[in-house]
Design a binder for this molecule. Structure first.
Ligand code: ADP
Ligand code: MG
Length: 606
């Protein structure tokens, strides 16, 4: 390569694309863009690896647009993305970069959207289609997506697609595309499984790897707070109050239920907060993100899945309210802040027994995470007083107060009161709704509990407040549910050898499938698998999701337990004693309890 590329006009892109970029305001191509765009324009395949937030979308979208023939209405570019959110985001990016290309059409297609609408849109034609693997597969099968004229395929966020269990679907699609095509694969990390797919389906690809650059992550300040579950909410609000550069936050929790609960609690405390989870319709989710962008909302409480790929530059803070299950999730989470070169803050709450996860994250990201000192009650009060003084000073400076001066002068004369006492009374009135002092609770300040001292970290009562012991009644009730067939025993492919704990399993099931933990019965851990009681009438969709969900990187591959597996209850007699599984409505449909069944049997019915 010759001189380094510092401006977009050094790249051989069409004038309308350069004009759009100038309007958007991108100044220089990011490293992954500078490295990939010339290769893609020259027609080479690409294997591109760069962290999130480094501009991978434009790296493939700009050269793809450059090659699009507007006069043809058939799809020439297909982008596969792991989630609906990302498919929409990539489509929007194409739209922006093509704003000066009249007649250009990009179409996002994803599950959950009406088939009728999609079919109509496809019939109308699009130059670029951005879709999730499942839905694209559907359309290829129905022959509603004609890819004969396809010239470019992009696999975006390939590691994410692997993580979500889409790799077979992606391979299937790759096998159904014209052989004469350009293929680009982009990923934040390059696990072996992705590399294998690349070698199989890419032709002599140019490999571009932008080093786990400090570029994005170093602009994110990472801190952790050692705090017991019961105090997390107070700690969160205290942090939000004292962080100087706070603008907006995404708060991550583990379950859908927790998103709703925490968002409600924050709202009750006066924050503009809302939840974002997989139970919400696409439309609702998009609205929440839009509201975060336009400052109607300041805080979004989300699950990993729902927040994946969100790109809202004003997010100044990512709060890991519940620690993520693995380091990859952590990296994806904190990538929601520090966007487009801005500074960002990532704060991780670490409950007493989660210290090992903190170390694991530090090791994997090779970045130290500083200890956050939670400000004391007095420090918070000082901060509020300072802000109040500032406000008063501003009013004195900018407002015409003559009318009020007269009112006060009248009071002073009438009551024979000192002017500073009157002022104090007014200050009291002014702060009534948002008091300047922190209420005295009679308990130790959480700032002390969160000081990082081991003794202080794990007050017994706090632990129990977070995870209430199950009472005997509940256990008995679940036994009855099992005996009556309302619960069935399922097998999952993670066990003790994967270091899975019942808590991990409950967390994954609750979070991914939105099954409340009270509907999750007994869990038995064995060496390389476990069994878990779940409602016997799980929908096919839920089963699909749980087949793909992961615990400790391991796909659950959920299916009904065999009678032998169901009976293996480690010494405890099974409910009803005989261990025969109750009848399951979906069992006869086939496919679900066979490991690795072919994709047809896994496909949802149209
Ligand atoms: P990735 O896919 O690598 O996670 P994105 O493509 O989503 O990253 O880009 C991250 C952010 O950076 C987006 O807000 C995007 O608009 C912005 N961006 C991309 N390229 C540039 C550039 N050359 N200059 C400035 N901002 C850019
Ligand atoms: Mg991306």
């Amino acid at each position: 390569m010759t001189a380094p590329i510092e401006r977009f006009d050094q790249l051989d892109l069409q004038a309308p694309i350069l004009a759009a970029l100038a309007e958007i305001g991108y100044e220089t191509p990011s490293p992954i863009q500078a490295a990939c765009i010339p290769h893609l324009l020259a027609g080479h395949d690409i294997l591109g690896e760069a962290q999130t937030g480094t501009g991978k979308t434009a790296a493939f979208a700009l050269p793809a647009l450059d090659r699009v023939d507007i006069s043809k209405r058939n799809p020439q570019v297909l982008v596969l993305a792991p989630t609906r959110e990302l498919a929409i985001q990539v489509s929007e990016a194409f739209q922006r970069y093509a704003s000066k290309m009249p007649g250009f059409h990009v179409l996002p297609i994803y599950g959950g959207q009406s088939m009728v609408v999609q079919l109509r849109q496809l019939q109308r034609g699009a130059h670029v289609v951005v879709g999730t693997p499942g839905r694209v597969m559907d359309h290829i099968e129905r022959k509603s997506l004609n890819l004969d004229g396809l010239s470019t395929l992009v696999l975006d966020e390939a590691d994410e697609m692997l993580r979500m269990g889409f790799i077979d679907d992606v391979e299937w699609i790759l096998q159904h595309l014209p052989a004469e095509r350009q293929t680009a694969l982009f990923s934040a990390t390059m696990p072996d499984a992705i590399r294998r797919v690349a070698h199989r389906y890419l032709r002599d690809p140019k490999e571009v790897k932008i080093k786990a650059a400090t570029a994005t992550v170093s602009t994110i300040r990472q801190r952790f707070l050692q705090i017991a579950g019961a105090h997390k909410l107070d700690a969160l609000t205290r942090i939000l109050e004292v962080e100087d550069d706070f603008d907006a936050a995404i708060v991550f929790v583990r379950t859908k239920t927790a998103t709703v609960e925490l968002a409600e609690k924050l709202e009750a405390r006066g924050y503009a907060a809302a939840c974002l989870n997989g139970d919400m319709t696409q439309q609702l989710r998009e609205r929440v993100i839009e509201q975060l962008k336009n400052k109607t909302l300041d805080i979004v409480v989300a699950t990993d899945v729902a927040a994946r790929g969100i790109d809202v530059p004003r997010v100044s803070h990512v709060i890991n309210f519940d620690i993520p299950y693995d380091t990859e999730a952590y990296v994806h989470r904190i990538g929601r802040t520090g966007r487009a070169g801005r500074a960002g803050n990532a704060i991780l709450f670490v409950a007493p027994r989660e210290t090992h996860l903190l170390r694991q994250i530090e090791r994997a990201t090779r970045q130290p995470i500083e200890l956050l000192k939670l400000p004391s009650r007095e420090a918070v009060a000082d901060k509020r007083v300072a802000a109040f003084r500032q406000q008063v000073a501003e009013v004195l400076e900018s407002e015409d107060l003559s009318f009020f001066v007269d009112v006060i002068a009248g009071m002073e004369a009438q009551h024979d009161t000192e002017i500073h006492e009157i002022a104090a009374a007014l200050a009291f009135l002014a702060q009534k709704d948002r008091p300047l002092q922190m209420p005295e609770t009679g308990r130790p300040d959480i700032a002390q509990l969160a000081s990082g001292k081991p003794e202080a970290r794990a007050p017994r009562d706090a632990r129990e407040a977070r995870e209430p012991r199950e009472n005997r009644g509940e256990i008995l009730e679940r036994r009855r549910d099992y005996a009556e067939g309302r619960l069935a025993r399922y097998r999952i492919d993670v066990g003790r050898e994967h270091m899975a704990s019942p808590k991990d399993i409950v967390g994954a099931i609750a979070n991914e499938a939105g099954i409340e933990s009270r509907f999750i019965g007994q869990i038995n851990l064995f060496e390389d698998y476990s069994t878990v009681e779940l409602p016997s009438d799980l929908s096919n969709d839920t089963i699909q999701i749980l087949r793909r969900a992961r615990v400790r990187q391991q796909p659950l591959n959920l299916r009904l337990a065999s009678p032998e597996e169901a009976a293996r209850e480690r010494g405890r007699p099974g409910p009803g004693g005989r261990g025969a599984p109750p009848k399951k409505p979906f069992r006869k449909e086939g496919g679900f309890d066979r490991p690795g069944g072919d994709f047809k049997s896994r496909k949802p019915k149209p």
